[in-house]
Design a protein around this ligand. Sequence first.
Ligand SMILES: [Zn+2]
Length: 231
Amino acid sequence: MMERLKEEVFQANLQLKRYGLVTLTWGNVSGIDRSCLCIVIKPSGVEYESMSAADMVVVDLDGNVIEGHLQPSSDTPTHIELYKAFPAIGGIVHTHSTYATMFAQACREIPCLGTTHADHFNGSVPVTRFLTSSEVESGYERQTGAVIVERFNGLNPSGMPAVLVAGHAPFAWGRSAVDAVNNSLILERVAQMALGSFQLSQNLGAIPSYIQEKHYQRKHGPQAYYGQKKL
Ligand SMILES: [Zn+2]
C-alpha cells in the first residue's frame, strides 16, 4: 500500500542529505495522500545511508501507525497539525539547516532583501513565539505544530511555504514531498544570503514592495509567465 508515495518520500529524504540540509539523522520529510488521509513519513533515528523506501512509516491523522515496522519520526505530531490546518499542502520538511536555524535561534524573521527571496516567498519568512512550559509538557511536538498554525493566522501557507520556530529551526512545505524539499533548500539559501547582506549593511530593510510583488506574481500569480508555457 502507498508504494509510490513511500518511494517519493524516501527519495525526498535522501535529497535532504544530498543538499547538505541535514546532519546525522536530523531532519525528516513526509507526504500525504489526501484521498485516504494517510501520511508517509521517515522513521525515527534511522541513518540515511541504510534507509530504504520500505522503511517509510504510514500513519493516519491521529498518529496511529497503519503500516511499517519502525517508529515514525518523533516530529510526526507536528506534521499532522500542519496537514490538518493547511489543506492545500502535500509535503512537509523539517531540518536544522544552518542558516535558517540561525535566524530561528535569533528569533528574527527573514525580510525580503532581494528578488531571490521574492521569487519564492511572498513577504518576510515569519517566526513563531516560544512555546510555554505547559505546552512543552503537554504534547510538545503537537504544540509545535499548533504555534505554527497560530502564527499563520492571516497568512497564506501557499504563498509562504516556510516558518522559523523560535529557538528551534525551520519547517517548510509544498504541493508534494519533493516540492517541500525544494522550498527547504531555497529557504536555506535565502537565509544565507540575508545573513551576508546584514553583515554588509546592518540597517538593511526589505526591497520596495512593487519589486517584491512583480517577482512573486510573475512566478506564482494568475498571469505567471516565468519558465516555459504549460501545454
Ligand atoms: Zn527539530
